[in-house]
Design a protein around this ligand. Structure first.
Ligand code: NAD
Length: 313
């Protein structure tokens, strides 16, 4: 099997590539290295096990040729920073919606029929029932990032319905683990390195979300792609519990061996467009026979230990 992984030099992408290489499959990575890092793939590049093409997916002509001879695509490339949309309003449109169109159109022209897409829980928008099932709707996102994910899902549905593609749309909870380059645990460690006695927490700390370990996320995607054969599979990926931002702060402070006090900026959310409470229903995932290795709090503690080593050494 020859895979093309967009965003394969990123946090989640590099773990997906690890799994594909372990299986003995061929892998081509397309990544512009904007937030991804070549060193996340160095072990496979040095061994000649994968090909990395540094390509910006917003450039259709540069993207198209790389889809020749590909069996399946895992499309993970996107701007990972939801907050950026509060300041720069076209990033998610270009690196989310347009990049996804370019991937689908390149697939169509080279007759590649299967795609897995990294969508997000934020497509459900505000006020969804918790835990949120895949059947919830209408889905009205409240961030530009969420809008680009909803647009990507719509485009994929169109290519499935019009051109006979097969697709797996995965709506991820918060994904955490080693090689993380963004997110709350990463931010907290950096803040505490700068000011060990004080941790600034965005919002009131009561935001509560699910945190899934990146290895579980990668394994779940590949497992579901093997187990389901409908033209379009829509599936939440997450854990069955949540962890509050306040609790994450306590765990990071403890893991770093500090006595810092937490200062809250106030308000019910970290930034405009943030969804303060999120938990996905994952019965569909569990019904495929997939087993999680851990729930949110254990994933947070494990990640805090790993990222502390990666950031501080
Ligand atoms: P990441 O930033 O580490 O990975 C994204 C990758 O895409 C990076 O390697 C980046 O260099 C690349 N990229 C961005 N724009 C590109 C472009 N125009 N052309 C080529 N490459 C480009 O982030 P991640 O956390 O690994 O996220 C992977 C995917 O999962 C993204 O689509 C993200 O929206 C989605 N997702 C992540 C989470 C999470 O908690 N990490 C949650 C929900 C959804």
């Amino acid at each position: 099997m020859r895979w093309l992984v967009t965003g394969g030099a990123g946090f989640i992408g590099s773990h997906v590539v690890d799994r594909l290489v372990e299986r003995g499959d061929d892998v081509v990575v397309l990544d512009d290295l904007s937030s991804g890092r070549k060193e996340f793939l160095a072990h496979h590049l040095d061994a000649g096990r994968i090909t990395l093409q540094v390509v910006d997916l917003t450039d259709f002509e540069a993207t198209l040729p790389h889809f020749a001879g590909i069996d399946r695509v895992i499309h993970l490339a996107a701007n990972p920073d939801i907050r950026l949309g509060t300041r720069v309003t076209d990033t998610d449109l270009r690196h989310g919606t347009i990049a996804t169109y370019n991937v689908l159109e390149s697939m169509r022209q080279h007759e590649v029929k299967g795609i897995a897409f990294a969508s997000s829980s934020v497509v459900y928008g505000e006020g969804a029932p918790l835990p949120t099932p895949e059947t919830h709707g209408p889905c009205i996102p409240i961030s530009l990032y969420g809008a680009s994910k909803a647009a990507g899902e719509g485009l994929i549905g169109a290519y499935v319905g019009t051109f006979g593609f097969r697709a797996w749309i995965f709506r991820f909870a918060n994904i955490i683990g080693g090689r993380g380059t963004h997110g709350v645990i990463f931010d907290f460690i950096h803040k505490l390195v700068a000011t060990p006695e004080r941790l600034e927490v965005l919002g009131d700390g009561r935001q509560e979300k699910s945190y899934m370990l990146v290895e579980d996320c990668a394994d779940a995607m590949l497992h579901v792609m093997e187990q389901t054969d409908a033209p379009l599979t829509l599936m939440n990926l997450g854990t069955q519990d949540t962890c509050s931002v306040r609790r994450i702060g306590e765990i990071v402070i403890e893991v770093m061996g500090l006595q810092a006090h937490m200062d809250y900026t106030g308000g019910d959310r970290g930034w405009a467009g943030d969804i303060p409470k999120a938990r996905l229903a994952i019965e569909r995932l569990l019904d495929t026979g997939f087993t999680l290795t851990c729930q949110s709090e254990e994933a947070v503690r494990h990640t805090a230990n790993l990222l502390l080593k990666e950031i501080v050494g």
